[in-house]
Design a protein around this ligand. Structure first.
Ligand code: ZN
Ligand code: ZN
Length: 441
């Protein structure tokens, strides 16, 4: 398949007005412009240079030399370090008026976009093979996203993400698609800050060496999911999201030494697996390896291959009520109902004094049983003590892994990279029977 390198449209921000500085000469229709500009949105239209527009397109006359700086971009939204900074971007600047808001979009070649994204997502200490594996995953995800947006704009079908009855609320969460652009610049898609920060030489090398390469299966680009730590076994797609067939996202042990894997959908097998620490690539506490994939904040915890969380009766019943919006009363029991192939619960029964219900899938369980997110839903439950009413006093969850466990396990892949496996072997270990194909050169 010989195609040209595609472009990606990234939604950077939206604001009622936007200031920016053009370095080098840009064109807007016939006009040639440079330097400081301001665009204001009024009654659904843009005002720039004394004229009204629906949409404005600033195109660089020389893509190598030209760049533009957006003034006052808010970063770290809703984090304690939220602040504004100026950010610099290559490529084309597009502004669209929607109601009273301007949507600011940057269009650029996808290899340049990937260089920026991987430089800000991955640690500078990551091995070249790990960076190459990530480059292929990010590119696959991006191209699949661009393709999906084209298909969605043609069909009008809506995505169903829950099923609810009296006894059961099964819900899952996936990215919603954007309508005005392919991906946004936040963590929701992939964090993108243009060329504000320098890219590292090793990331540039990883991108160049894998240029145009994506994961394919049966003629389609793979849905290349990844998570922090699988916990020793891979989860399958339908236990986390909708009932879709992705044959390359299959149950397997995260190991090449021991390939045998117990059936973790059987409760007793899952229990034995989670309460022990079986051999797997991601079974590591090596700080140097962990620092390749965890940011500084995440590095405070290294016990995610196997972990425990403990709640008092009071804490747990309060947590479940505030997080689910349902008053279960005091908690009598948490009962595993159904597990996926990695031992992750996708159905959990909450038995309360006022209400009993089954919840799922994995992210819903993790969301309700923690103030932020429980590491994973692969856990077993121990109850201790008794309250005056004869209810358990304390619940301890013993769990495995971090994240959904589908596709590439970042910690496992980092260990494989350190052990000398090349990026192709790493990718094909996690995306079983997929192919690595070069879409363009
Ligand atoms: Zn997004
Ligand atoms: Zn793993």
């Amino acid at each position: 398949m010989a195609i040209k390198e595609p472009q990606v449209q990234v939604g950077i921000l939206s604001a009622p007005q936007q200031e920016f500085v053009l370095s080098g000469v840009y064109t807007v229709g016939e006009k040639r412009v440079s330097g400081k500009q301001i665009v204001i949105c009024s009654k659904g239209r843009l005002i720039w240079d004394g004229h009204f527009y629906e949409e404005l397109l600033f195109e660089p006359t020389d893509p190598v030399v030209c760049s533009f700086e957006l003034i006052g971009v808010t970063i770290g939204i809703n984090f304690h370090w939220e602040r504004k900074e100026n950010q610099r971007f290559p490529g084309t600047l597009k502004l669209i008026a929607t109601d009273r808001i301007i949507t600011v979009i940057n269009t650029l070649p996808i290899e340049a976009y990937l260089t920026s994204v991987i430089s800000s997502e991955m640690s500078a200490t990551a091995s070249l093979e790990l960076l190459k594996a990530h480059a292929v995953i990010s590119r696959s995800w991006l191209l699949a996203q661009i393709q999906k947006n084209h298909q969605l704009s043609l069909s009008k079908s809506t995505y169903q993400a829950s099923s609810e009855t009296e006894e059961e609320l099964i819900r899952w969460y996936d990215r919603e698609d954007h309508t005005l652009f392919d991906v946004c610049a936040d963590d929701h898609c992939q964090r993108y800050q243009g060329i504000t920060r320098a890219s590292t030489p090793m990331v540039r090398e990883a991108i160049e060496q894998t240029r145009g390469e994506v994961l394919m299966y049966d003629g389609e680009i793979c849905d290349a999911r990844f998570s922090k730590c699988c916990g020793g076994a891979f989860e399958e797609f339908p236990y986390c999201w909708e009932e879709a067939e992705h044959p390359y996202l299959r149950r397997q042990r995260d190991s090449k030494q021991i390939t045998d894997l117990p059936n973790l959908q059987v409760e007793a097998e899952a229990e034995a697996w989670i309460r022990t620490s079986p051999e797997a690539f991601c079974n590591t506490t090596d700080k140097a390896i962990l620092s390749q994939v965890l940011n500084n904040y995440d590095q405070e915890t290294t016990d995610f291959y196997r972990w425990t969380v403990s709640y008092s009766q009071e804490k747990l019943s309060h947590l479940i009520q505030t997080r689910s919006g349902v008053d279960y009363g005091q908690i009598i029991d948490l009962v595993p109902v159904a597990r996926g192939t990695s031992g992750r619960l996708w159905k959990l029964k909450i038995i309360g004094t006022k209400q009993t219900r089954i919840i799922g899938k994995e992210l819903e369980i993790r969301r309700i049983l923690s103030n932020s997110h429980l590491y994973s839903s692969a856990f077993v439950i121990d109850k201790e003590g008794a309250t005056p009413e004869g209810l358990p006093e304390r619940f301890t969850l013993t769990g495995a892994g971090w994240g959904h466990g589908v596709g590439l396990c970042q910690i496992g892949a980092a260990v494989m990279g350190e052990q000398g496996y090349d990026y192709r072997t790493i990718l094909l270990h996690y995306y079983i029977n997929a192919l690595i194909d070069k879409l363009y050169s």
